[in-house]
Write a protein that binds this ligand. Sequence first.
Ligand code: GLN
Length: 530
Amino acid sequence: MLTKYIFVTGGVVSSLGKGIISASIGKLLQARGFKVTIQKFDPYINIDPGTLNPYEHGECYVTVDGMETDLDLGHYERFTGIQTTRDNSMTTGRIYKAVIDKERRGDYLGKTIQVVPHITDEIKNSIKNLGQAGQYDFVITEIGGTTGDIESAPFLEAIRQLKWELGKDAIAVHLTYVPYLKAANELKTKPTQHSVKEMQGHGIQPDILILRTEKHLDDNMRMKVAGFCNVDLECVIQSEDLPSIYEVPVNMQRQGLDSAILRKMGIPVGETPALGPWLNFLELRKTATEVVRIGLVGKYDLQDAYKSISESLSHAATYNHRRVEIAFINSEFLTAENIGQLDRLDGIVVCPGFGQRGTEGKILAVEYARTHDVPCFGICLGMQMMVIEFARNVLGYADANSSEMDAETTHNVIDMMEDQKSISSMGGTMRLGAYDCQLQEGSAVAGIYGTTLVRERHRHRYEFNNKYLEEYEANGMLCVGRNPEAGLVEIVEMPSLRWFVGTQFHPEYQSTVLQPHPLFMSFIKAAVQS
Ligand code: GLN
């Protein structure tokens, strides 16, 4: 089958959940046996979201090949289990950079470089190249931002051209919002009509409309939208608020979104596939009433900043027959006086992060977990905080620190690798992407993973300082995961405690709905036994 292209845009307001809809479409087509991939275009000028403050754009998700991307790629992977790569994430900045680099090289042979056709061609190529790279049946391309934004215009023009070139092999799915006016007791479709007109103004007729709504839309309402927007009735789908994002694919399937897509593209529809393991997961979530309380100790008290960690905890809790209750604990305000507030938790995650702010609070949280034997999971900076706390309070090096926080410390137990020291720019200078990690035979983590060689994703500049390794091991903190080539320490654990593991990598990027991550599974299991 020739690769087919599905474009997902959004109108009226942002935050409608285009990422979840794109991931759900991917999931449903995959369930029908198609090979799919999902791509995100972000209309901002940053080359990648790596340098963006999480308050602006939530967490930065990292692909296996080391691309720092938008958090929506995390949804794509968690829903479909596929692994995305750098080709799945594009920004306006990257598109322009590619075009400008070509211009400097003289590739355009003296032509005047313009948004149309040069930028739009670059966009089109990055969509089509992805389709060809993996011989996918479907490439789903989500366009970030909201229709009508100045920044989105080149992307919409590229979609218009592709739709025209590809005919039936490309369709446009447009997500809008139907507000409910309490005073009038009415749902309003006018914003949707305007949004579709805006798309039509760009020369794109949406094939499928997905209406986000807080209240159920009856058939008359859907008929009205269909009639005003030139869309078949079966292609007007509603997306009501649901208790969990993981129910969205099921709701979409129930309304025939996947069969509508196939019909539009002239592909035989066939039987509706059963989503067995997925439904099993949802069933477990419904029946899990008992709570496991996990504290996320980090400097951002913002849900999206630790999206993949929260989702990984939620998957693992579900399979442990629990509902996870996550408390965001701002480490900046943790002090020796108020650290007792952690006693209500069954487990503590010490979060990743950059920079000094909030690190002393994280160290206090680690100390609390270690001395009270509360299951504790340190991720990236979290592991580094475990190492620093141990140096200060067990090894007796009061000034121990990471050279990231204190360049002058005499006990730099976390330090920058030699070959990184000469790099001064901020973007793209980290150890990024998946690396092998050799686990020590007989260690707790080897037992948890059930193997001694794993591959996990990284995003950091600093590392455990191997100069101190023997001292740590002699005092009870074991370095049980190492990079086989460089010998870098990737995992520490304390076997004397119930569950105390720190990973230099980010296991949260690899946990999916159908394959929850073993470390999160085991951490939650220990927390449940608290
Ligand atoms: N700031 C630390 C480093 O660069 C940790 C990074 C992280 O937590 N992702 O090594």
